[in-house]
Design a protein around this ligand. Structure first.
Ligand code: NAD
Length: 491
């Protein structure tokens, strides 16, 4: 912060504060020039002989070369997982727990390195990868390590057995955290896995391969095959898999479901969202503004459960929007490795194009756009925090998932109308309710068709709490005791 003390009036107009740069040390992470596939406990060159470069979205600088897994590579990974399943599934559950506890501890020990890698490869602010992604990823392994030898208590009267080989496909918005959500419960239940990271963010998965080595995960229990969507499609087509766990877009989720029709492969889908963040006139307004900002600008809005539709009670609309705009003008957009940064880089040029196209449609359809003045870096992919007012239910920006830092504001008069508008979407992943009345939160939660409903908060996660969708947001739950079930069969 600037050393000179500012007069009060100037402070109150916001944006007058200058922050000194506070860069996190990039040197803590060193990437290899090239990463092979992680199969059977070692890095192997891809049979496809094909590689691609992963770049930093904030600087466009190349970070490393990564293997593009082909059908043969995917087959080898599934074979390795099948082979390892024979011994891993019969291991004493407390021994499996030990391995998971070791992974959790190593993630904590290497947290800084992994957080920097995540921010470099994905563009998210270091304070989020440091304070959210890494602690939650470690917490997931700790949590499921605890269940590994207690599965019979989780499902009393039933005999839980592992399924076999789990094919797991994750997106780019929370690369390591989604890896943890997938791998921790699968291993705790005695399955082995083949994980396919997203093509724009493969590096923390490759560092995780090294964590597996350190934690003495037996060879073949965790296999990682990098590549683009075609690699994911090969994996789903492999006959040796028993389970598919997919997190990503609704479109690809539907394609996977079609591919698996008629096969004895169990499936869970965690797909897109268009969450309503509902603000009643009796709420603590300043607290709600923080929740709205966190709900949509956290991780540049690349969040499946982002509160991208703000439903405000009509009587407080102007006051709330005024406060929100003022708060938005204090958001710092820029270098993801700067500890002061609130909004980092957009993950890829393709995603930036998609955001820009939807924002353009909002303007053309007649909504009113506001962006606080902010200087965006010249290199890399950036989008200023954006809010649209005067949004109609029929606008594309009120219907489609933007997956960027763009908020659409709508109004309501009564709780019934709020429920109706909130549910007027093909998605059903999450919602937020802001009111001082606990009974109203419960009344709303009963009626909202969303897997998660937050009361007077937003984007809160805990490994013990199940997460998942209704409608086109998918099915199955991850997290909590519920998150064990998709990885088990019962005798
Ligand atoms: P995406 O569906 O394009 O890709 C997700 C993953 O699937 C990537 O690893 C990709 O390579 C792979 N893939 C692509 N085509 C495939 C195919 N035909 N077969 C198999 N795999 C294939 O999604 P994305 O753009 O990477 O991620 C953004 C989407 O993910 C958003 O819609 C977001 O809402 C959703 N998401 C959902 C959750 C959740 O928990 N519900 C969490 C994070 C992200």
């Amino acid at each position: 912060m600037g050393a000179v003390e500012k007069p009060r009036a100037e402070v109150a107009t916001t944006a007058a504060w200058d922050y000194a740069p506070a860069p996190e040390a990039r040197e803590i992470v060193s990437f290899e020039r090239r990463y092979g596939l992680f199969i059977g406990g070692e890095q192997v060159a891809p049979r496809s002989r094909s590689w691609f470069t992963t770049i930093s979205p904030s600087t466009e600088e190349p970070l490393a070369e990564v293997a593009q897994g082909g059908p043969k590579d995917v087959g080898l990974a599934v074979d390795a997982a099948r082979e390892a399943f024979r011994t891993w599934s019969r291991r004493k559950p407390s021994e499996r727990a030990k391995v998971l506890f070791r992974i959790a501890r190593i993630l904590q020990e290497r947290a800084r390195e992994l957080a920097v890698a995540e921010s470099l490869d994905g563009g998210k602010p270091i304070k989020e990868s440091r304070d959210v992604d890494l602690p939650l990823a470690a917490a997931h392994f700790f949590y499921y390590a605890g269940w590994a030898d207690k599965l019979e208590y989780a499902f009393p009267g039933r005999r839980p057995r592992p399924l076999g080989v789990a094919a797991q496909i994750v997106p780019w918005n929370f690369p390591l955290l989604m890896l943890a959500w997938k791998i921790a419960p699968a291993l705790a239940c005695g399955n082995t896995v083949v994980l396919k990271p997203a093509e724009t963010t493969p590096l923390t998965a490759m560092l995780f391969a090294d964590v597996c080595r350190q934690a003495e995960v037996p060879p073949g229990v965790v296999n990682i095959v990098t590549g683009d969507g075609s690699t994911g499609a090969y994996l789903v087509r492999e006959q040796g898999i028993d389970k598919v766990a997919f997190t990503g877009s609704t479109e690809v989720g539907k394609a996977i479901q079609r591919e698996l029709a008629g096969r004895e492969v169990s499936l869970t889908l965690e797909l897109g969202g268009k969450a309503a963040n509902i603000v009643f006139d009796d709420c603590a307004l300043d607290q709600a503004v923080e929740g709205i900002v966190n709900g949509i600008y956290f991780n540049q809005g690349h969040v499946c459960c982002a509160g991208s539709r703000l439903l405000v009670q009509e009587s407080i609309h102007d006051q709330l929007v005024g406060k929100l705009k003022r708060r938005m003008s204090t958001l710092r957009v820029g270098d993801p490795l700067d500890k002061n940064t609130d909004v980092g880089a957009i993950n890829s040029s393709a995603q930036l194009e998609r955001i820009a196209e939807l924002v353009q449609s909002g303007v053309e359809e007649g909504a009113e756009l506001y962006q606080p003045p902010c200087r965006l870096p010249e290199k890399g992919w950036w989008f200023a925090p954006t809010v649209f007012t005067n949004v109609a239910q029929s606008h594309r920006i009120a219907q489609e998932e933007i997956f960027g830092p763009v908020l659409s504001v709508l109004t309501f008069r009564t709780p019934d109308e709020a429920v109706e508008k909130a549910n007027n979407t093909m998605y059903g992943l999450s919602a937020g309710v802001w009111t001082e009345k606990g009974s109203r939160i419960l009344w709303m939660a009963e009626r909202l068709r969303s897997g998660v409903v937050w009361g007077n908060t937003f984007n809160r996660f805990d490994p013990s709490s199940p997460f998942g969708g209704y409608k086109e947001s998918g099915f199955g739950r991850e997290g909590g005791r519920h998150g064990l079930e998709p990885y088990l069969r019962f005798e």
